[in-house]
Write a protein that binds this ligand. Sequence first.
Ligand code: SAM
Length: 594
Amino acid sequence: MASDWAQLKHKRLSKAPLASTSSSSTPPPPTSSARPDPPTAPAATTPPVAFSHPHLPSSLEVRILPGRGRGIVANAAFQPGHTLVTTAPLVSALDNLHYSSRCSSCYRAADDLDSALPPARRKLLQCSLCHAVQYCTAQCQKRDWPVHKHECAALRNAANATAGNKPVPDTPVRALGRLLWTSEVKGNDLWTQVESLESHRTRLSPEEQERFFHLSIALAQYVGQETLKRACPDAAAVLDLCSRFAANSFALTAPTDLSNLGVSISPLTALFNHSCAPNAVVVFPSFPSSPTSSRHMHVVALHPIQPGDEVVTSYVDLALPRDVRQKELRERYKFECGCEACEGGGEGQAVDPREALACSRAKEGCEGLIRLPDRDSTVTSVTCPTCRTTSSYKSVHAALDAAKLAFADADKAQYKEPHVAALHLQHLLTSLTAPLDSTPAFAPSAYPVLPALQLLLTLQLHASSFPAALSTARLALKGTQHLYARGHPVRALVRTTLVRLETMPPPQDAAHPDAETRYWSDVRAREGALEALVGALREVEVAFGDGGTGAVKGGEMAKMLRDLISDQEQGIVVGRRIRAAAVEEQRRVRTLQR
Ligand SMILES: C[S@@+](CC[C@H](N)C(=O)[O-])C[C@H]1O[C@@H](n2cnc3c(N)ncnc32)[C@H](O)[C@@H]1O
């Protein structure tokens, strides 16, 4: 049972980071004759083509918004959990960590395949030509073939060119390759959609120009000059393509644990502008009734939305502090974020939970957050705005800087050295979440406390260290509750994980053969578990939406919770029977003794 949910990976709902395409990670540069023309002096940015999408429901409309380009505005009122848009991305590509362990058509891993099958049959089928990509069924392979047939040849060429040293090109190269081949297969309409995406070609920094230059070389080498030239006749058009990809691609995330699997491009979903306080979220939920649903992107309302409201999603990881979010938005998306989360935080306004200390009476239940004094502040005490308790304060910025570096190291080490990463994270968390000198500890929502808790939880689940995971999940839930709206997928996932850990039946153990019976006969505990599972289900139903049909809510994660709820309900019936039988037995013994 643990195997499916112990897959929780480091999660980000941000747009997909454009993987580094620096010369060290790209194939060796081709000969000069194979190079596309170098980027020339930038010409004017191609104006976006007017665009309306067949999957844009009439309850939403595209409007030109001052200072933001196009955006999506609601024509109707929506409640949290309403699926606003369901669409198949034009293309998706699994990233280099996942292409060899997931189906390239529906992105499921072997572990996700029909659990009714014996484990030996839960295997992916490898493409027998390129030996690079995998499929879960012959149907998935067939569906992908029109595009994969081109990709397959390119992957074989790429493997030959590097003598098998670099099995596949980097994710952006493969994703753009799929986009070019898909547009050849599907025709002009699709390329019109691509060209409608916003390009920032004339505003690229020298580093981006360099990065995109390497990307375009790798792309030309991968798909062939002719294919690239048919779509992008000159260097400016190639730069436009790279820039559009950077500003409009999304992280492809797993339906049950939100881990990043790769990248998706959807001109419809790319019409939503950004806010660090979003009223909607992009997810890839899988709906059990529809086997292909994991390939679809859904935009789900997180808050009540009124007619006339702009619908906004977040392009960045909301756990990041304001300066880091703003830098990413400025550098990659070329705008200054003026959302309420970026503009707020001044004196008299709500404390930013990412830059907050916990009240020193947190253990006694105070949930107050204290604004972290600035780096150059000379204050010697801080006061909790909730319970007014004052604590002494000594600057904690040095500890915070060290923790940020330690988190970055642990993040890098998580796949190759998970034990080392877990040790670093535990150390970091101890230093930040235990009171520092007499200064209050950091809040669980502070950066990097929350991402460290989430990553540690992932590693502990992978290692099946459930008791340790339980205490990590408790703190992580507190952090997510400060930071994310109720029903946000990240918060719903942490809550679900915690509830599953709390309600897990004891493992079978020869030394304690009656442990399971005791678990089920504790009716009061089962009733508590039932209530906790139902609470998590309600949140998941918002997070993953109603699938656009109104009939099913919450996708695969909700189904898993409903199954657990049903187990607990049956368990309560059985537990009551066990209890009644025990009472009856005691009565019988007493009668006999009389
Ligand atoms: C994915 S596109 C969103 C749709 C875009 N407005 C358009 O017209 O195609 C991302 C780009 O939209 C603009 N944008 C998104 N959110 C914005 C915001 N909050 N403020 C200003 N510009 C924004 C930026 O130019 C960004 O690079």
